[in-house]
Design a protein around this ligand. Structure first.
Ligand code: PXG
Length: 290
């Protein structure tokens, strides 16, 4: 596998970053996970916009233009023959000393991995996933904005550990006020009385690219949408529930904290949105040239 690292493509075994890189020492950096469908990079522009926003929020200057990074992502796919897969695009603070000061790191590290993707088991798409609510609270937006897609994922990992110990693979995270924020690596939606609802970003949700696609598709399908506070009770009593993410796409939720959602089967509107999403991935995206 060829990896893009700081302007060059190198073999995987040579794609190494320093132990003094602040991405490793402090989780100081930003990233994107991006899907490639049928030889096209899905929503690349939106991913790059979010990467730039995340970088701006942490005062990190990305040392390439969006056009240059677009070309590098396409090239990474071509060199590795990735027509359907996953791109991990990472910009770290770069090499510095053992102090926190980010301004002593003169050069950000940029790397791109274009690979296949490990999906959730096929069963959860057919039968729905079981979610639990994590005891670990979503980090307060006043401490670290959940809109920043940073390399610091311990908050989410602590909740993921809870999910795995509970015998499932994804967990709901609540914010400091007790409202639903999102899952550890996915946004969350409910459907009630035909309306598609998701927590507002101010409740601690990442501005998910897939979340945005779902909001667009719901409007196109003539469904009312709302960004609104959601409680655990709202999830438990919803007609339908589903989670969204670049890796997950759209996964129906069968149970929340042991309560079946609706009749415990993937809901009608969820299935419609899954189908509309699949269609979109067949037609949209930046061609990689494969
Ligand atoms: N919330 C969080 C906290 C995320 O990390 C999403 C929502 C969904 O956003 P997008 O833009 O992908 O629709 C994410 C992104 C993984 C993994 O291995 C997941 C993400 C990032 C990195 C790894 O599950 N999810």
């Amino acid at each position: 596998m060829k990896i893009y690292l700081d302007g060059k493509f190198v073999e995987q075994q040579d794609a190494q970053v320093s132990v003094f890189d602040h991405g490793l020492l402090y989780g100081d950096g930003v990233f994107e996970g991006i899907r490639v469908y049928h030889g096209r990079i899905f929503r690349l522009e939106q991913h790059l916009d979010r990467l730039w926003d995340s970088a701006k929020a942490i005062m990190l200057k990305i040392p390439l233009s969006k056009e240059e990074l677009t070309r590098a992502c396409c090239e990474a796919c071509r060199l590795n023959n990735v027509r359907d897969g996953y791109i991990r695009l990472v910009v770290t603070r770069g090499v510095g000393n053992l102090g926190l000061n980010p301004f002593q790191c003169p050069k950000p590290t940029v790397f791109i991995i274009a690979d296949t993707i490990e999906l959730y088991p096929e069963k959860v798409y057919r039968e729905g996933i079981e979610l639990i609510t994590a005891a670990t609270q979503r980090v307060n937006a006043a401490a670290i904005s959940p809109s920043i897609k940073s390399l610091n994922y311990l908050n989410n990992i602590l909740a993921k550990i809870e999910a795995i110990h509970a015998g499932t693979i994804e967990a709901i995270m609540l914010n400091h006020a007790g409202y639903v924020a999102e899952c550890t690596g996915d946004n969350i939606f409910i459907v009630r009385q035909g309306r598609v609802e998701t927590p507002p970003v101010s409740d601690g949700a990442l501005i998910g690219i897939t979340r945005n696609v779902i909001l667009e598709l719901a409007v196109k399908l003539g469904l009312p949408v709302a960004e609104t506070h959601l409680t655990r009770y709202d999830l438990m009593t919803a007609d339908e529930c589903f989670i969204t993410g670049t890796a997950a796409e759209i996964v129906p939720v069968a149970k929340v904290d042991c309560r079946p959602i609706g009749d415990g089967q993937p809901g009608v509107i969820t299935l419609k949105l899954m189908e509309a999403f699949r269609k979109l991935t067949r037609t949209e995206g930046v061609p990689v040239g494969l």
